[in-house]
Design a protein around this ligand. Structure first.
Ligand code: GRF
Length: 191
């Protein structure tokens, strides 16, 4: 099935841009229908201007509550024929009501080998624990943080002199590859 993706971001948007590029270059059978960011200063959002991909900034504070905010997201996805959702550095937890509408159709990428180091600053948690290997995980999203069924993972070696920053960079490179590989597989099996 051709994936019609809706992507939610809050940060730099490098994973999002990488997915947009892969679609543009026809590396995956997918189209990015709309990108929604709750961060108006996202670098990736600015770079997205080089593509024809639609994007919108939605601020939670402009809505009466989270339910109304997520209803708007749902509405935008429906209007744009989205059939699959990618979270890419999206920092707001999706509510159960929203996820019920998109069962098995929302995935996320997290920069650790889940179930280790859930939540914030997983690279820092990995360095502090002195793990020898870390990596990234793409998983289905449920209403617990970084908890859904794991789809695929990629491993990186943590060197003796590794810093949080160097580990972030190392993992991010793997994230870009892993997200595309997972989307390729999903586009082949999803009906
Ligand atoms: C990535 O490390 C992602 O795994 C995490 O947040 C970061 C977002 O990076 N959830 P970017 O916005 O895709 O550059």
């Amino acid at each position: 099935m051709v994936l019609n993706l809706g992507i939610l971001i809050s940060q730099d948007g490098s994973n999002m841009l990488n997915i947009v590029k892969a679609c543009h270059e026809k590396k995956i059978q997918a189209n990015v229908k709309i990108v929604i960011s709750n961060n108006p200063d996202s670098k990736g959002l600015k770079k997205l201007k080089n593509f024809k991909t639609k994007s919108t900034i939605l601020l939670l504070k402009d809505f009466k509550n989270k339910k109304a905010y997520e209803e708007k997201i749902n509405e935008l996805f429906k209007e744009n024929n989205v059939n699959f959702i990618c979270l890419a550095g999206y920092m707001i937890i999706l509510e159960r009501d929203f996820l019920e509408k998109w069962k098995k159709r929302v995935i996320n990428i997290h920069p650790s080998l889940l179930p280790s180091f859930k939540g914030l600053e997983p690279q820092k948690q990995a360095i502090q624990k002195k793990v020898k290997f870390s990596g990234c995980t793409v998983h289905y999203v449920n209403d617990n943080i970084d908890d859904g069924e794991i789809i695929d993972q990629s491993i990186v070696k943590v060197d003796k002199k590794e810093t949080v920053e160097s580990l972030k960079k190392k993992i991010l490179l793997e994230e870009h590859k892993l997200y595309i590989s997972v989307l390729t597989k999903i586009s082949k099996v999803l009906k």
